[in-house]
Design a protein around this ligand. Structure first.
Ligand code: GLC
Length: 733
């Protein structure tokens, strides 16, 4: 009797409360075609269940102070996604179990987070990673990030950021891959492959999210969250290609930006979100809004209230609402009022469910639970972190071979606010990185120069302020040393989100410290840690050597110390131009030519940037042979091979990146002075020669996109440019 009663209870109550799970529906059959499974599930869902899928709430402590008004929510198991800020996989599994077993349809939740340049192992900021020109290392760092994230309960990262950098006052230049469109496209693919692996359903892989779609980096005046006035020509030529590359690489999701694109906000822009992303490029995943960007349509005065904002975003092609509750609160009535067709809701849910099925979440909704020591900071992870950090550092200046620090220096003054820092050195978006795990620069120097040099440490000054009380001690340390190594830089939140600065110069106190140290009359080596290019017009004159170390992350110490000692031979080249001054912004290598190239430049500073995109020195010397071309005249359907032989003429082994540029001197529209079209990094041992080859495909490498995204290839002369050499060839119809 009791058994009958329990069975009845187990069947009747769930049925009455609507949580009775349907037995063996197609959508649960992993052998059924994915699209059939999706359609079957949609056919069973109520409108409320569909709308819940289109929402993301947060779970865990809000780590991003810019996302004000964050509302903590008890995790309703029918929610589509959680922005998951816990490192505990068991919480995730507990929440997921409720979704799988206590809801009518058992639809898994997708857990997302900002693992931008690492999770617990923090890698260099993406701007720095691009300076390594090592796509394999970047891919490895993303694969490690994916594994640490997956084992912490995540299925999805809001990365890579592909906003081509044009204004270094904008703090988020730190999060992308620099000023070049092609470089951002190549690193987009490396990141997507690293995160998503061969199969998104495999363990340790997570969905990528291309952001911030699109043109966010042109936020007016470098002020974050501001509007972007972008011509369609620039939209297509500069900003679209990295996103197209990421989509073609299979990126599962996209995040729209805060900016309005010439008046139409990215979060309500049907042209970009639907016509281009989905109809032209065939994106099969979904778009999530940025934090509050649906709600922000009201501030941007294109929606009178949240209901109208919800209408505009969902009709434009934003499938998931990040924390605004705009969809949750208004879509039910908008559908009932006929303002949002059910077909729109179904298409949004279709895309969300498709990503969840590709992730394998219906079959494998839970992650493995392993102890933290097997989850994070494994030795092989730290090795990749050191390599990538060292290869991202850029030797900007090295007068009279001041560096590396060999036995010519027995006493080293080690000075500055970055020396013992373990917070700012990780940069913005440090994920779940912890200061206690950071190997500080001081730690690294002590290890590297043990029994080789005496380190005379002094703080000198803080990052900012007027306090010069540390100058005397710093000068004394410099006077008793053979060389002075000064570690200056930015605080982590001076760049990154909401990190807009009216000047990219370091605070005056830091420059005054260097001026004071000059009184010791010793070589001055500047080591700069920043999330953006810096204004170095004054510091450049005071220093004998300068290395931009960026924000190297967890393994800061060994990577920096290795560069100073020469254990790592610098191989980094700038992914973003360093202007003379803030006032010279915008300045980037692939500008178009002025009407009067020799006139119109600022009268008060040198005409050129201080250090251009692509600049980077080494401790060895590379000699380039003249460029060789397989032909000097080709038809449009033909290809042309360009070759250059590089000799390592120095005494140290090294790695050299050859960057291949093309120039179209005459075309229907004005073209950039040159454009990066290919790059390759290779190791060259001392005394060896290596041949670098670039196969030019005219349609890919010599054409341009017009203002409606049509590619044009025009016959005429072209130049190949490598390492300041250029050679002409002709393309004929
Ligand atoms: C932030 C950022 C975005 C991030 C999101 C979630 O405001 O703009 O890049 O992924 O919110 O933290």
């Amino acid at each position: 009797m009791k058994k009958i009663f329990l069975t009845l209870t187990a069947v009747v109550i769930p049925f009455l409360t609507g949580t009775a799970q349907i037995k063996n529906p197609i959508y649960k059959d992993k052998k059924a075609p994915i699209e059939a499974r999706i359609e079957n599930l949609i056919s069973l869902m109520t409108l409320e269940e569909k709308i819940m899928q289109m929402n993301q709430w947060t779970y865990g402590k809000n780590a991003n102070p810019n996302n004000i008004g964050e509302i903590m929510k008890a995790a309703n198991p029918e929610i589509g996604s959680l922005l998951y800020r816990s490192t505990n996989p068991e919480y995730r599994n507990q929440i997921q179990k409720k979704a799988m077993t206590e809801t009518r349809l058992g639809i898994p939740i997708i857990f997302g987070f900002d693992a931008i340049h690492g999770y617990r192992t923090v890698f260099p900021i993406p701007l720095a990673q691009a300076c390594s020109w090592n796509t394999e290392l970047v891919k490895q760092s993303c694969a490690i990030t994916a594994k640490e994230s997956w084992l912490s309960g995540l299925d999805w990262t809001f990365s890579p950021m592909l906003d081509v950098a044009r204004d270094a006052r904008w703090g988020r230049v730190s999060e992308g891959y620099g000023e070049d469109t092609y470089a951002n496209s190549v690193f987009a693919v490396a990141a997507v492959q690293g995160y998503q692996g061969e199969n998104l359903a495999d363990k340790y892989t997570i969905a990528a999210c291309l952001k911030h779609y699109i043109g966010y980096s042109l936020s007016e005046g470098g002020r974050d969250y501001h509007y972007s006035d972008i011509s369609n020509q620039t939209l297509w030529e500069t900003f679209m290609p990295p996103f197209e590359a990421g989509i073609k690489a299979g990126a599962a999701t996209v995040m729209c930006g805060f900016n309005d694109i010439s008046g139409i906000p990215a979060s309500a822009n049907h042209y970009t979100l639907t016509e281009i992303l989905k109809r032209k490029w065939g994106h099969q995943g979904f778009v999530i809004s940025d934090w509050g960007s649906i709600r922000n349509l009201v501030e941007q005065s294109v929606a009178k209230d949240l209901k109208e904002a919800a209408t505009k975003s969902v009709l434009a092609g934003v499938e998931m609402d990040m924390v605004d509750n705009a969809y949750l609160d208004y879509l039910p009535e908008l559908v009932k009022e006929g303002k949002v067709p059910m077909a729109t809701i179904d298409e949004a849910v279709r895309r969300i469910i498709r990503v969840k099925m590709k992730l394998g979440l219906f079959e494998n909704p839970y992650v493995d639970v392993v102890p933290e020591k097997k989850r994070y900071l494994l030795p092989e992870y730290l090795k990749v972190a050191e390599e990538l950090a060292a290869e991202s550092m850029v030797l900007l200046k090295n007068k009279k071979q001041t560096l590396p620090i060999t036995d010519k220096y027995k006493n080293l003054a080690i000075i500055g606010p970055m020396v013992k820092d373990s917070v700012h050195i990780m940069g913005f978006w440090e994920g779940m990185g912890r200061p206690e795990d950071v190997e500080t620069i001081f730690d690294g120097l002590q290890k590297e120069f043990k029994n080789k040099a005496t380190l005379n440490y002094a703080l000198g000054c803080n990052f900012e302020g007027e306090d010069k009380s540390g100058f005397a001690e710093a000068l004394a340390a410099a006077k008793k040393s053979d060389a002075v190594v000064v570690f200056l830089g930015e605080k982590r939140n001076w760049s990154g989100e909401n990190g807009s600065r009216s000047t990219i110069a370091l605070p005056k106190i830091q420059e005054e410290l260097v001026a004071e140290l000059q009184k010791a009359g010793k070589p001055i080596i500047l080591m700069l840690s920043s999330g953006r290019p810096l204004e170095l017009i004054r510091l450049n004159e005071m220093a004998d050597a300068i290395v931009e170390i960026w924000q190297p992350g967890t393994v800061a110490g060994s990577s920096v110390a290795g560069i100073l000692s020469g254990r790592h031979n610098p191989s980094g080249k700038l992914s973003i131009t360093f202007p003379q001054t803030t006032g010279q912004i915008p300045i980037y290598y692939n500008m178009r030519e002025a009407a009067r190239p020799d006139l119109g430049h600022y009268q008060d500073i040198p005409r050129d940037a201080l250090y251009w995109f692509g600049h980077g020195l080494s401790y060895t010397t590379y000699e380039y042979s003249p460029i060789k071309l397989s032909k000097t005249k080709i038809q449009k359907g033909e290809k042309i091979i360009a070759e250059v032989e590089v000799t390592n003429a120095g005494s140290r082994d090294g790695k050299e990146t050859v960057q291949w540029f093309v120039k179209d001197p005459f075309a229907t529209i004005s073209r950039p002075m040159k454009e990066l079209k290919y790059f390759e990094k290779k190791e060259i041992k001392s005394g060896e020669k290596v041949v670098y080859r670039f196969e030019i495909d005219p349609m890919r490498d010599l054409s341009y996109l017009d203002s409606v995204g049509v590619r044009h290839l025009e016959a005429g002369d072209f130049y190949v440019i490598v390492n300041n050499q250029k050679i002409k060839f002709e393309l004929v119809d």
